[in-house]
Design a protein around this ligand. Structure first.
Ligand code: SF4
Length: 453
């Protein structure tokens, strides 16, 4: 088959024209990144190298998920933390996930299955080459802190079949009534004491030391303070950060393998000082094309971003002067802005409370409260929902959430649909159209409000 770039059998012109020298290609424009983004990238790269080096260093590996991850506990057993969702995200950003998803579908996984799962299964089937271009190690243990999404359980069942390794499940009760009770916490502490810790001791060969856990928890709490400060800096006008697209970088270390480490403490201190400077200078967020320019729209966003067209997606916002001032996605690996911090004085209870409170474990009414408050507190123009085609867990109820937030705040909502890491479900024209209509709707609301005043 011929393509415009490679004509296969094009007829020769009768009189050959002098060859036209192709114009030299302009050098690809560098993507602008904050210093903190570069630091974060280096940390992630170092972690992937630690994972790929595991067969040589002898380090053992725990596969686990972002929401409810027990990184401090994992580190107590000298285990490395490997997060399949993060691998899928990295594959999406590098445009490798499309091939992995197709590979998983060839193996029989349906189109409706979460594409994080299919990217992971496809990556395994194609030799387990990770985002660093090197083989990722097989896990020694699958540690599932089950927090709200049933897919997590089915996903690890598939991995258990593949790796034939030990599986540990920490069951987190769903926050259906909107509160954490003492019984819920004690139910989880009992599992930690009787199941999780003894099994991790056996698998790793390392004795559990609760004081070591306390030290990690102290560091978590420090990093969490700075992360919250950074996320809440978006209450400023202009917002110095984008709390969705930029937010993805900011949550990377704390939602991944770094919570509880000195690296995380240093990173969040550094990030905070960088953002403090932007606030002082009255600057908006840094985008891949440099400073965003005038802030015109402030949005709250619910749902994960699309990763296969991440930059194109983000550009649709900053080209219009739209900044995301708060998002629920930056809470899936921990909700810290309502005051929760890991507490070294009650180490096991705090791990339980952390798991119970993550966004994926919060009921629909809690999500509505949270998003409505964000719209009010961050003085947003409205709520945008990016509904993910293959995330059945989160897509259910999102229209209802949107209507309810609109009703409570009086601000307009909008709904777009994309996918996480399946490039087939990112329709740039559709998304752009919807966003442009949404921005017009906001303008009309503003004009109506001015006229009424
Ligand atoms: S929450 Fe959605 S994206 Fe995450 S594992 Fe569950 S289905 Fe997949």
């Amino acid at each position: 088959m011929s393509t415009p770039e490679t004509p296969a059998t094009a007829a020769k012109p009768a009189a050959a024209k002098p060859a036209v020298k192709p114009a030299p290609k302009a050098p690809a424009k560098d993507i602008e990144k904050d210093a903190s983004m570069l630091k974060q990238k280096a940390m992630m790269a170092a972690h992937y190298d630690r994972l790929s080096d595991a067969p040589e260093t002898g380090a053992k590996v725990a596969a686990t998920f972002v929401p409810g991850n027990l990184n401090e506990l994992i580190m107590c057993f000298d285990l490395l933390n490997n997060l399949p969702e993060v691998n899928a995200i990295q594959s999406g950003l590098r445009r490798q996930s499309g091939a992995f998803v197709l590979e998983a579908e060839k193996l029989g996984h349906s189109e409706d299955v979460c594409t994080y799962v299919k990217s992971d299964i496809g990556m395994m089937a194609k030799g387990q080459i990770g985002p660093n271009g090197r083989r990722l190690p097989d896990p020694d243990v699958l540690l599932l802190s089950y927090t709200g999404c049933f897919t997590f359980m089915k996903w690890f069942e598939l991995l258990r079949e593949q790796y034939k390794c030990e599986t540990i499940m920490l069951h987190t009760p769903y926050m259906g009534d909107g509160k954490i009770t003492e019984n819920m916490v004690q139910y989880m502490v009992k599992q930690l004491k009787e199941e999780v810790i003894p099994k991790l001791e056996r698998i790793s060969g390392v004795k559990f030391d609760i004081d070591r856990l306390r030290e990690y928890l102290k560091r978590s709490s420090k990093a969490e303070d700075d992360l919250v400060w950074v996320l809440q800096s978006a209450k400023n006008k202009p917002a110095p950060i984008d709390a969705y697209f930029g937010g993805i970088y900011y949550i990377g270390p704390i939602f991944g393998a770094f919570r509880g480490t000195q690296d995380a403490v240093d990173y969040y201190r550094f990030l905070r000082s960088e953002v403090e400077e932007r606030v002082k200078a009255g600057q908006g967020p840094v985008t891949p094309d440099g400073d965003m320019g005038k802030e015109k729209y402030r949005l709250v966003v619910e749902g994960p971003p699309n990763y296969t067209n991440f930059r194109q997606f983000w550009k649709m916002f900053y080209d219009e002067g739209a900044v995301v001032v708060a998002s629920s996605y930056t809470k899936v690996g921990g909700v810290y802005d309502f005051g929760f911090r890991h507490d070294p004085d009650k180490p096991l209870e705090t791990l339980a409370e952390y798991c119970l409170g993550v966004y994926t474990n919060r009921s629909l009414p809690m999500r509505v409260d949270m998003l409505s408050n964000y719209v009010r507190e961050y003085e947003a123009d409205g709520l945008l929902i990016n509904s993910i085609k293959s995330c059945n867990s989160f897509s259910a109820g999102q229209l209802l959430i949107m209507r309810e937030v609109e009703k409570r705040t009086g601000k307009p909502g909008a709904f777009i649909e994309t996918d996480l890491v399946d490039p087939r479900y990112f329709s740039a024209a559709n998304v752009k159209n919807r966003l442009e209509s949404y921005f017009q709707m906001i303008e009309q609301k503003r004009a109506g409000a001015r006229a009424a005043a």
